[in-house]
Design a protein around this ligand. Structure first.
Ligand code: SF4
Length: 293
């Protein structure tokens, strides 16, 4: 299959389905990387801290999924949140990934840089939570920027403090998950806190980083009128940085992974949102002046 060279914009149904999409792409898993050998636990922790290695769950080359153009999307392992609707619980633990050398990752970016430039694409770090490994991700981004390659961070922003201002300056676009609009709902959805996401979004705005907000619409969990209003108000704080909001309807594509991992799955029989609810939520965001997909 030849790499697509046409520019596409992301469609909502494509987002967060990268794992499924990987099977249709050129690569998947961890092909093309040699894992470091001979590193003991102490060496690995040090290398992780400095960003000489990163723990990667998988990667792929895709179009129109995780940012504009043709992209190399790297799924980092490790996530501190426990979203009820997570499609990738197999990325939660750092040990779910394999260590990959920084140099090998940078070389991979270099290999595709002409394709990225021709399509308006670039590299996207996703996860798991990409901000669990700030040194590795930011060093790859720095190298990408030096090559003139577009950079995109897919994150929930929960680990805001992991990122220095310098690191943020190397991000061109952030796919920022705003999972709920108030602390109580956010905690119910993720077991984490909302404040760091808001703080990270505000820092992105201050640094002029473009944001595509993503909001997963789950009946009975995130679809309340008030919750959507609160999410919209949070997005307003991010000002002109927000290019659009992707409203992602909940679906059950991730359910088999929860079963496989034997993790209790609270949304077992949950259906996706109705057409009416999707329309209402879209209109709510639009009434705040946002472009919604
Ligand atoms: S932040 Fe992403 S990877 Fe982590 S639990 Fe939530 S949906 Fe899953």
């Amino acid at each position: 299959m030849a790499l697509a060279t046409q520019f596409h914009t992301t469609k909502p149904h494509m987002l967060k389905e990268s794992k499924e999409y990987a099977s249709q792409t050129l690569m998947g898993g961890l092909s093309g990387f040699e894992s470091p050998i001979g590193l003991d636990r102490h060496d690995r922790i040090n290398a992780l801290r400095t960003g000489d290695i990163g723990f990667v769950h998988s990667w792929d080359i895709n179009t129109s999924v995780d940012g504009p153009g043709t992209r190399m999307t790297v799924f980092m392992s490790g996530c501190p949140l426990r979203c009820q609707f997570c499609q990738n619980p197999d990325t939660w633990k750092m040990r779910d990934g394999q260590p990959v050398y920084l140099d090998a990752m940078v070389k991979k970016v270099e290999r595709y840089k002409d394709v990225f430039k021709a399509t308006g694409g670039g590299i996207t770090f996703s996860g798991g939570e990409s901000m669990m490994q700030p040194a590795f991700v930011s060093r790859v981004f720095r190298a990408a920027k030096e090559m003139g390659v577009h950079t995109c961070l897919d994150t929930a922003g929960f680990l805001n403090k992991n990122y220095s201002d310098e690191m943020i300056d190397d991000i061109d676009l952030c796919l920022l998950d705003v999972k709920a609009g108030d602390e109580q709902t956010y905690h119910e959805v993720t077991e984490g806190a909302l404040a760091p996401t808001i703080a990270f979004g505000n820092r992105l705005r201050e640094h002029g980083v473009k944001i595509w907000v993503r909001f997963v619409l789950v009946p009975g969990l995130t679809d309340a009128v008030e919750n959507v209003e609160n999410v919209a108000r949070i997005c307003e704080q991010f000002g002109q940085s927000v290019e659009h909001i992707d409203v992602l309807p909940f679906h059950q594509l991730g359910r088999p992974k929860w079963h496989e991992l034997r993790i209790p799955y609270k949304l077992e029989d949950k259906k996706g949102p109705s057409a009416d609810t999707r329309k209402r939520v879209k209109e709510q965001f639009e009434s705040h002046g946002f472009v919604v997909y």
